[in-house]
Ligand binder design. Sequence first.
Ligand SMILES: [Zn+2]
Length: 233
Amino acid sequence: MIKLYENNPYLREFNSKIIRIDKENKLIELEESAFYGKSGGQPGDTGSIITELKTIEVKETFKEKDLLLHQVNTIDGLKIGHKVKGNIDWKRRYKYMKMHTALHLLCAIIPLGVTGGQIGEEKSRLDFNADTNSINKEDSQKKLDEILKNNHKISYNWIENEELEKKTDLIRTMSVKPPKTNGKIRLVKIGNIDLQPCGGTHVNETSEIGSIIITKIENKGKMNRRINISLSD
Ligand SMILES: [Zn+2]
């Protein structure tokens, strides 16, 4: 399964082939796909798959180990080997790309472990391993604004698993291990302000995000500060 979004997160349309059909659960697997599979707090992509016969709705995309499973509204008439065209709901996905990159910037200004997170179209959140009052809303907002005054480019680099294990300081998420593709892990670098392994989709440069607003910081448990954000536009 080739994940086309790993090399080009801006790909909205692609050609592929059906390689597996799970009739009972209405799931389709494609030879390659640009649909992001729900993982790491980022929702799965929706959209459509166009076959020679008809257009099928993709209601959700899941990730199962290294596979992407497309949840569709119907599998009637579909056969393994059918050529298809995939179309992702770009408006929704682009919002997730901006939000996802914005959460990396939170990591850049708060040098603490991440315990969880969720990306949404209108708001997103990231939980840090921090005690009550250790993260100040106004200070954090100021730091974010400062970072966004400059445009930082996002770049990628693949490394071997053993290499990453030697660099444990790069792993920010405490509960989930970074995803692997063919045994390799992707490092995501934002200018010189953030570097961490991540399998999600990001924008090309931080100027695409607009401004990030910290809406509230909550205490969720003893060592858990939740930072909620929204984007300006
Ligand atoms: Zn990421």
